[in-house]
Design a protein around this ligand. Sequence first.
Ligand code: ADP
Ligand code: ZN
Ligand code: ZN
Length: 723
Amino acid sequence: MPAVLRVALPVPLPSLFDYLPPASGEAGVGSRVLVPFGRHRLVGVVVAIDAETAVDGGRLKQALRLLDDDALLDAELMQTLAWAADYWLGAPGEAYANALPLALREPKPLPPIGDEYWSLTSAGHSAHDAGSRRGGSKALLALLSGGALSAQQLGERQPGWREAARRLAAAGLLERSERPPSVRPLALSRAPPLNDEQRQAVASVGASLGQYQPFMLDGVTGSGKTEVYLALIEQVLAQDKQALLLVPEIGLAPQTVRRLRERLGVGVEVLHSNLSEGDRARAWLRARAGSAQVILGTRSAVFTPLPRAGLIIVDEEHDGAYKQQEGFRYHARDLALVRARALGVPVLLGSGTPSLESLANVEAGRYRSLHLRARPGAVRPPMVQIIDMRAQHLEHGLSPALLAAVAETVARGEQALVFRNRRGYAPVLLCHACGWHAGCPRCERPLTLHAGRRQLICHHCDYCQRLPSTCPTCGAGELKAQGQGTERLEEALLAQFPQVPVLRVDRETTRRRDAFEDMLATLKDDQPAILVGTQMLAKGHDLPNLTLVAIVGVDEGLHSIDFRAGERLAQLVVQVAGRAGRARKPGRVLLQTHQPEHPLLRCLLAQGYAAAARELLAERRLIRLPPYSHQVLLRAEATQREQVEAFLAAAHAALPPGAPIEVAGPMPAPMPLRAGRQRGQLLLESASRQALHAMLRPWQLALGALPAARKVRWSLDVDPIDL
Ligand code: ADP
Ligand code: ZN
Ligand code: ZN
């Protein structure tokens, strides 16, 4: 009886594809095969082997080649991926394409998984002696003149070394070799003795090793969560098991990586988007082989194979970066829970500002909650005060009280942070004479003025134009910058405090990799300084001399129509405020607002995040919003508004009658025009996840068959995090 391979291919079609087994080799579930597809050849993963096929026997093609003798993806991962594709409505092949590093999606044998080493050739030694190279190449030659170094060591000592290595290798000055994965070196730093709460947290999770149990570790930044993670990972290592630690992209500072490596002493594999494809594949394969015992990574690292899984940790679990916003729209935190269950291991979610989703799960008894209230290093929590801005004279948006507080802080030789979550000089440029304002022609939103670059830039589509010197409509000479971005605040603070270094930290000033850490490293612990920046400043390394945090421009978050805006604002305020008073000096936090009476702000400041979150949850429950209902968003965009409307109307009509779901729309998206494309949406809501999911697949297939679908780009987002 001829078996049929059911193969997942990296194409956005919601089905598997049937092939006859290749001429040689025994293709099993989880192995990769090379198959013909139209005029192309694709690498797919065998998902099942069946006796029969719906494809007419004569038309069934044969797989060209078996790429893996043993399954590349184990049974657990296969099962989890199938679940994920189903839940987030991905095409089966898309889920596999997300799980497998790019280098493993090519029809090649697996790369060796030893450590990658680089050393000088004899020509390289001569070049070093002659000093014939410059810049990065010269530095790399010097680094290697003392002997071979691993890729990991090079990465730590010379960021961006690969570029130079490639040039030097091409010139015959460098060579690459492979050595067996390094064995456990000695640990370099010792753990501090844990406090009572930390010990309790470690004991609770530790007692659950070997079985599935979710935990929520609630503790602000600096409360010692990472120490808890480290202690637990040590237990896992002692049992010769693996630990996976997920962090949002922004948390993956080199400092964190160093801390883990120094403490744990074992090879810590780091998986993130800046990694070269070869490195990523090697790290993934080492995890699969079990030789990588600790895997630290961002979103997609949730797909790492864990044949000897011991523990999964999701740090800053509330962070939106865990949700993929395009293509296969999975949520890494949610998937971490699914994997932990399948693997039979505990999963620890950590945050100082837990998501309302996770808090609802604690409330429902699904997660056990652990708290860290004391801050080990700090004297006491920072004091938070509201500055009422109404009827105040503002200096570029900064109130006298705020400026006075900054002045006192720097006079004491301490550091202040002014937080504003908007880069650029001003969010609006307008003409006082005729009322014209600079808008993006492709989004119909105001362009942000970037004064230093003399440009107007759209923060939604990156459209960019030169700064006009006169009004394009009436010719008046004076254009007014309205509102403040970080660039303007930097200028204002420089003018007010010429004696003090002012450091601006936003996407513009930290373009280069590691620029952020490098900037913070220039701050002296005993010198005054002023930091201005966006939410990048909410994290990053410890600043022991930072005692004042001033938060400006939060009012926008209070007006947003997005039902998650309140939650996000509360999280942001708490995270930023947490930067003050980390060391022995007490901290102070100022919140400048036009709405000092706003209930969310009042509750947050008087009673803290937990109380504010409780209020927000009660509100969500009352008006039946997530996490007390479930949503799916159909988005559509096209060049013509009518095409979007026609598709969404047809999609609405294609919903099964009588399903227990509520429908909002069709309606324009919150940004009805973006990058020149018209956008609309249809929102489905239901109290029953089962009912919602039961109708989704058939509906998705029906949508694909609609004639109107050919004119639009559309996607379905299950549990969307921004509407
Ligand atoms: P979080 O991960 O919650 O931000 P960390 O674990 O990074 O907190 O701890 C913050 C700081 O306090 C770190 O410098 C850490 O070394 C220190 N620390 C944590 N726990 C203790 C402890 N029990 N005793 C002394 N120092 C500690
Ligand atoms: Zn004008
Ligand atoms: Zn735009």
